[in-house]
Design a protein around this ligand. Sequence first.
Ligand code: NAP
Length: 536
Amino acid sequence: MKKTEEIDFEAIVIGAGFSGLYQLHALRDKLGMSVHLFEAADDLGGTWYWNRYPGARCDSESHTYCYYFSEELLQEWEWSERYPEQKEILEYLNFAADRLDLRTDITFSNRITQMVFDEESLIWTVLSEDGREYRTRFIINAVGCLSSTNIPNILGKERFEGSIYHTGEWPHEGVDFSGKSVAVIGTGSSGIQTIPEVGKLASQTTVFQRTPNYSIPARNEKLSQTFIDNFKASTSEWMRKMLLSRGGHAWPIPTRHLIDTPELERRKILEEAWSVGGLGFRECFDDILVNKRSNLIMSDFIKDKIKDVVKDQDKSAILTNIDYPFSTKRPPIDTEYFETFNEENVNIVDIKADPITEITAKGIKTRSKEFFFDIIIFATGFDAMTGSMLKIDVIGRKKKTLKDVWKAGPLTYLGLQVEDFPNMFILTGPGSPSVLTNMPRTIEHHVEFVTACISHMVVNNFRAMEPTNKAMVEWVEHVNEVADKTLLPKTKHSWYLGSNVPGKPQVFMPYAGGLNNYRDICSEIVEDGYRGFNFT
Ligand code: NAP
């Protein structure tokens, strides 16, 4: 029987992706704490462990999609392509974990199912799937914002005699597509990345599209040695640029409004940005997400580009029937996505016009037709931002559950903490800029902020930290206010609002004020004596 004050670890980190690994390192090696990390998968990598589908690649540029807290790591690692493939990112995370000797403090294949706070001892008891209990003072949830897969509840799924996969839980041994007839449901970033690859391998590919998507050519390429050498000689300059930007990317910060730019010049800028490709395309003007008319012009520009590529008029019409402003749903970038539809063995079905009614033993039935498949791929996304947190039974003060507190939508202060859940932190949670940014930059900010909070508590002999109700409510209001100044929440059907998951409260979840501004706000809060937090 453990004494009330006894703990197993000073801190427990949950999740071995980008954020959890750095958090383990920061608390263990910078603060000298006893820390243990629990991971549900049998190895590290988080998103990059699970998303092994053909074509899986990052949309952030490789040399920006990595840890910058260690110059040594930056100098030792060499990325091969502009956008790293899943395999390369996983190798990178393994490299970082080995260099930092993190594996010794990680338990794999052990999902955390419950955490309960004891008000008297101010200690959390964490329960894992294997039935063991661990007591700790701090919990840092690094469970990811896009890690809880969303598989639609389509009638008859269990009857299908072929194989079913979800892009976010892809089998390690891969899938043999040769000679197979394959259905892909979903045309978000995952679908758009995997369809060209599946299209090349399968004998027949049929894409079931509910909402068409704008997509920008990635223009992926091998990185030259000159680029790599220049990068290594100027890492601090790259970091400076990323931290000045709203999205944590190193692109030039836009200064022009599209709407005020004369048409010829506008066209030239758009064409140039299109030829550079990638998510930076959106940043060639600064009013795309706030001015409907500017957005419409950019949206039409993209639709025309799609029409130029797709030769079959019926397919082209289905792919360009887009009725929402560009970038109000997370825009994908692609390698020959639209070109793939020029292949005769790649077809598209508009399931908004002709909805799926059921999955049969042999395939998929829509209202008007039956299709036959060997394989169905769900590229149907995630229960984003709250899904993985709410899978854990989190019980705080006064036996309040996180599920109850977030019933009408997630409440956090800075995306990092929730009132009545002392000493529990969430990395890249709702209310954080997270998914609207180049993730490693937001992750590094959060890990360093949490580490500083814990250090502040140790130095001042505080035993617990949590936000005040006022601070939390005001932050959520601020998150909404900032989002409402943009076009983002106007597109109601988006995982940013949770509307992709039936029954989920519809609230715009990420902080749209920019990572640069968010960092400033956090710094001011700290300078102001951790304004909005209560310390015990
Ligand atoms: P997603 O963006 O949510 O896309 C899911 C797709 O499935 C959408 O086309 C959606 O249609 C469709 N869908 C969902 N439920 C459906 C149903 N019941 N019936 C028919 N269609 C359905 O998911 P994702 O593509 O996995 O991407 C999620 C996020 O992960 C991305 O936005 C991005 O932030 C991240 N990601 C990043 C990368 C990268 O960096 N390269 C790659 C993959 C993912 P509706 O639009 O109509 O809901």
